[in-house]
Design a protein around this ligand. Structure first.
Ligand code: SF4
Ligand code: SF4
Length: 550
C-alpha cells in the first residue's frame, strides 16, 4: 500500500471554525521543565476502583518504579516519574470536573533521576500480541489524547473484535493545543514504530493516519517517516471537532458507528498519535509512562510553548517556567478552550491527560457573559456534529426531565462545546448536558441499587419459603416414621397388658376369697368369744353386793 495525501474525505455534519490560537506555542522546539521540588502523582483509575499501592511512606523509589496498580481488569499501573522518597500518600487537589481531591503519592525527588527501565523488546515482531499487550499494561500506557483509557484494555477489545482498520488520530482540532503537532515534528520515527507495533498486535489489514491541514511542518515530518510504510496518510480539513473518534472514522471511511456501540465493535481501532509514541517508548525502549508533552500557552505567558513534563509536576511550576505574568491572567484552563476545565487553583499536578494548560488574558478568552433566554435561533442545531437538537436538550436538561433528555439521545453528545460556542444567548449548553448526564448516571445507579436490593429481598423471601417447605417435609417424614414404629411395637404390649390384667384379676379374686374366709373366721371367733364370756359371767360375784358388806 502506498501513502497518499490527496484522496477526498466524507465531510462531517456541522462543526465550527474558531480561531485556533496555535501559533503562539509553536515558535520553539520542545523544551524540558526542570525537576520540581515535589511531584504529586495522581493514582486515578479509569474504573474509579481504588488503586492497589505498591509502596509505603518513606520508601525510596527509582524512576519508573511501580507505585500502584489497578485492582480490576481495566486497571492502570502508575509509576514514579523520577527517583526519590515517598513523602506521603494522601488526597490532593487534581484537575477534574468535580473539584474533589484524589489519592496521590507525594514524591520528593533526589535529583539523581535514576531510571529502572523494563527490558527492551526492540525486535517486537518476535513477540506475540499477548506479550506486547502485557508490556503496554506493565508500562501504564493510557490514551494521551484525553480519553485516558488504558491502551492494553483497548487492544484486548480489538483482539476480541477482530479489527480491520487502525486509525491514527493526529488531528488535534481544538484551539490552543499543539502538543501532538510538536511531537510529530520531533519524533516522527518513534510514532511510526508505535503504529507498526499496533498493527502487529491488532493484525489490522489497513492503517490510516489522519492529520488536519493546518499542521504543515508535522505533515512533512510524518510524510517522510511514513514513506514506504504501507500506512495511508490522509489530510483532513481543519474544522472543529474533526478529531472526535466516531467523526474521524466517518470522515475517513464513510462508516457510521451506531449509537450505543464502540468503534472497535465495528472493526475500527483508533489511537491518538501521542499514545502510539508512548507505546513505542514502552516496547522498543522499555520506558514506562512517566512524562508527556504539554502545551503551556496563553497571552499571559512570556514563554509559551510545548514542554516535556514529568507527570505529577505542579502546574504552578509549569507557569513559573513559562514566565507567567500573574497580573494578566484572566482564566486558567486545563485542556483546550472548548472542552477544558477552568482551574480555581494552580496547585494541581500534571496528569497523563494534561495536553494543554492555558493562562489566558481577558482579551484572549473573554469572561463568560450572563446567560440569557433562548431565542430559538437554531444555531446550536446547525453546528452539532452528531445531529442532536441542543436547544431541546437544553429545555429537557433545565427542567430536569431526564427521560426526555435520554429520548433526545443526550448520550450521543460528545461534549464538544460547539453549540455553546455559537449560542448568541451565552447559554453554557455543554455544561447543562454534562450535569444532566451525571444526573442520569446517578439515577441509573440508584435504580440499579434498588433493583439489586429488590432482587436480594426476593431471594431472601424465596429462601425462607423453601426452608418452610423443607421443614414441613421433614416434620411429615418424622411423623410417618413414628407411626410406623408404633405399629411395629403395638401387638406385644397389648398381649403383655392382657396377661397382666388376667393375673391381676386372679390375684384380686384370691384376695377376696381370703378376705371372706378371714371374715368368717373372725365372725366365728367372735361368736365363740361371746359365748365364753357369757359363761364366765355366770360364775363372777355381784359388785353392788360387795360394797354393801363393808
Ligand atoms: S443557539 Fe442558544 S439561543 Fe439559539 S436555539 Fe440554541 S440554545 Fe437557543
Ligand atoms: S456539545 Fe453535544 S449537543 Fe453540543 S454541539 Fe457538541 S455534540 Fe452537539
Amino acid at each position: 500500500m502506498s501513502t497518499s495525501t490527496t484522496r477526498t474525505v466524507w465531510p462531517i455534519p456541522g462543526g465550527i471554525y474558531p480561531l485556533d490560537h496555535k501559533q503562539q506555542s509553536l515558535g520553539t522546539a520542545i523544551r524540558q521543565v526542570p525537576l520540581p521540588s515535589q511531584l504529586v502523582i495522581a493514582l486515578r483509575q479509569p474504573s474509579h476502583a481504588p488503586a492497589v499501592l505498591c509502596v509505603n511512606v518513606g520508601d525510596h523509589v527509582s524512576k519508573g518504579q511501580c507505585l500502584a496498580q489497578g485492582s480490576d481488569a481495566t486497571g492502570l499501573s502508575i509509576h514514579a516519574s523520577t527517583s526519590g522518597t515517598v513523602l506521603a500518600i494522601t488526597e490532593h487537589a487534581v484537575p477534574n470536573e468535580s473539584g474533589l481531591p484524589e489519592l496521590c503519592v507525594i514524591l520528593q525527588p533526589d535529583g539523581e533521576n535514576h531510571w529502572t527501565k523494563l527490558p527492551a523488546l526492540a525486535d517486537f515482531r518476535n513477540y506475540d500480541a499477548a506479550r506486547l499487550i502485557s508490556r503496554i499494561a506493565e508500562a501504564g500506557i493510557c490514551g494521551l489524547g484525553g480519553g485516558a483509557m488504558p491502551s492494553a484494555t483497548k487492544l484486548r477489545a480489538a483482539l476480541l473484535n477482530k479489527v480491520h482498520t487502525l486509525v491514527i488520530n493526529a488531528c488535534e482540532c481544538e484551539p490552543f493545543i499543539t502538543c501532538d503537532d510538536a511531537l510529530m515534528q520531533a519524533s516522527a520515527d518513534d510514532i511510526v514504530a508505535g503504529i507498526q507495533i499496533l498493527l502487529h498486535i491488532s493484525a489490522a489489514n489497513r492503517c490510516v493516519f489522519a492529520i488536519e491541514d493546518n499542521k504543515p511542518a508535522a505533515l512533512n515530518a510524518m510524510r517522510a517517516a511514513l514513506t514506504d510504510s504501507g500506512i495511508e496518510l490522509v489530510v483532513v480539513p481543519s474544522i472543529y471537532p474533526s478529531g472526535a473518534e466516531k467523526l474521524l472514522i466517518y470522515s475517513l471511511t464513510g462508516s457510521e458507528i451506531a449509537t450505543g456501540t464502540l468503534a472497535v465493535e465495528q472493526g475500527f481501532l483508533c489511537f491518538n498519535v501521542s499514545t502510539a509514541h508512548a507505546i513505542a517508548r514502552a516496547v522498543v525502549h522499555g520506558e514506562v509512562l512517566v512524562s508527556r508533552i504539554t502545551t503551556i500557552t496563553g497571552s499571559a505567558l512570556v514563554n509559551p510553548g510545548n514542554y516535556c513534563v514529568l507527570l505529577g509536576t505542579p502546574i504552578n511550576e509549569l507557569l513559573k517556567h513559562a514566565a507567567v505574568d500573574q497580573t494578566k491572567v484572566s482564566s486558567l484552563i486545563h485542556g483546550g478552550s472548548l472542552t477544558g476545565i477552568a482551574l480555581t487553583s494552580n496547585n494541581v499536578p500534571v496528569l497523563a491527560t494534561s495536553a494543554c494548560v492555558i493562562a489566558s488574558t481577558a482579551a484572549e478568552i473573554p469572561a463568560a457573559e450572563p446567560e440569557q433566554n433562548c431565542i430559538r435561533c437554531g444555531f446550536c442545531t446547525e453546528v452539532c456534529p452528531v445531529l442532536l437538537l441542543p436547544q431541546q436538550l437544553y429545555w429537557a436538561s433545565k427542567s430536569e426531565q431526564l427521560q426526555q433528555a435520554t429520548t433526545l439521545n443526550l448520550h450521543d453528545c460528545i461534549e464538544c462545546g460547539a453549540c455553546s460556542y455559537v449560542c448568541p444567548s451565552h447559554i453554557p449548553l455543554v455544561q447543562y448536558f454534562r450535569a444532566t448526564k451525571a444526573d442520569i448516571r446517578i439515577a441509573e445507579e440508584k435504580l440499579l441499587m434498588a433493583n439489586q436490593s429488590r432482587a436480594r429481598f426476593e431471594f431472601h423471601q424465596a429462601r425462607k419459603a423453601a426452608e418452610k417447605i423443607q421443614e414441613e417435609q421433614r416434620r411429615a417424614t418424622r411423623a410417618t416414621l413414628a407411626h410406623q414404629q408404633l405399629e411395629q411395637t403395638a401387638t406385644p404390649s397389648l398381649a403383655q397388658a392382657a396377661i397382666a390384667a388376667a393375673m391381676a384379676r386372679v390375684k384380686a379374686k384370691k384376695a377376696l376369697q381370703d378376705f371372706a374366709a378371714a371374715v368368717d373366721a373372725a365372725s366365728n371367733n367372735l361368736t365363740t368369744a361371746d359365748s365364753q364370756a357369757d359363761n364366765t359371767a355366770a360364775y363372777l360375784p355381784n359388785p353392788d353386793q360387795q360394797d354393801d358388806s363393808r
